[in-house]
Write a protein of this length. Structure first.
Length: 295
């Protein structure tokens, strides 16, 4: 089993365990904040479990119906999870406003404080693990999950601080104020991951610096007269490049093919930390005008 899949399983188990504990304590203590956190943890479990299924599907090899594989599922899940984080932020904001309006109190502060300390410890170690996996695998789903649980971690801390302050001051509005602040942070923190996921789904080109390096590499070869139709795109797991290379008409196919292989290998060496799918078309003359007319 891959490291990414193990990470989603660990996250699912942690989220389910926290949800159960928070529900029990929330019902016993009468704390709306803890119950809200329990609902959040339950949704965390659902998302992490769904992420596992997405990783399992995205790792499947290409077939006759999906020639480029399923790697975009990672970007799709990143987009969905980003949207989910925004919804969580809106939910927390709504609950905070209700607390201010109805002036809700907590029956058992001690039990609520204890469970939030427990949740903070578990979430902290889970974030460390997910960040490690995200850095090692560069997987967008794991990166989204790590961001998601960082939001949960801050939510848990603020909830705990609010409970402690309430314990000493009996000002229950503090809980609501902390909730509003966290809801705004949670919503805005999701925009970064949504933007990244959209760039994958919309087939955004590779960074200009990277494309310029590839163009320079091609231009340096004296046998290549010119090139055109250079196109790039990126998925969470692979970079795609296609280009037409123009050679002298009398060059042998063997030599032209050898040069294109050298270009391809040079690109892979230059960006050795990334996976590439490179398609090079060999032209005996510049036919870009004809290509444009066909489009």
């Amino acid at each position: 089993m891959s490291l990414q899949k193990k990470a989603t399983i660990v996250a699912s188990i942690c989220a389910l365990g926290l949800a159960c504990v928070k529900f029990i304590v929330g019902l016993m203590s009468g704390s709306v904040a803890v119950l809200s956190s329990a609902i959040d943890s339950l949704m965390d479990f659902a998302i992490s479990a769904f992420n596992f299924l997405a990783l399992k599907k995205s790792s499947q090899k290409a077939n006759e119906n999906y020639n480029f594989g399923f790697s975009k599922i990672e970007a799709l899940m990143g987009l969905l999870e980003g949207g989910f984080i925004v919804c969580v932020g809106i939910f927390i904001f709504y609950e905070s406003i209700l607390k201010i309006y109805y002036k809700k109190e907590i029956i058992d502060l001690n039990l609520s404080i204890f469970v939030m300390i427990f949740a903070i410890i578990v979430t902290f170690f889970l974030i460390l693990f997910l960040n490690y996996v995200a850095k090692k695998t560069k997987n967008l789903i794991i990166e989204s999950d790590a961001l998601h649980y960082r939001s949960d971690f801050l939510t848990n801390i603020c909830t705990l601080l609010a409970l402690v302050l309430i314990y000493f001051t009996n000002l229950y509005i503090i809980d609501a104020i902390f909730g509003i602040v966290i809801s705004l942070y949670t919503a805005f923190s999701a925009f970064k991951i949504i933007k990244k996921a959209l760039s994958f789904l919309m087939d955004q080109a590779l960074p200009k610096e990277q494309v310029d390096q590839i163009c320079t590499l091609i231009s340096k070869n004296p046998e290549i007269i010119s090139y055109h139709e250079l196109k790039t795109r990126k998925t969470p797991s692979c970079n795609y490049l296609s280009v037409h290379l123009v050679f002298c008409p009398i060059i042998s196919l063997l030599n032209a093919h050898k040069i294109s292989d050298e270009i391809e290998n040079s690109i892979r060496v230059m960006f050795c930390n990334e996976k590439w799918d490179i398609q090079i078309h060999l032209d005996p003359y510049d036919d870009q005008e004809q290509e444009r007319q066909r489009q």
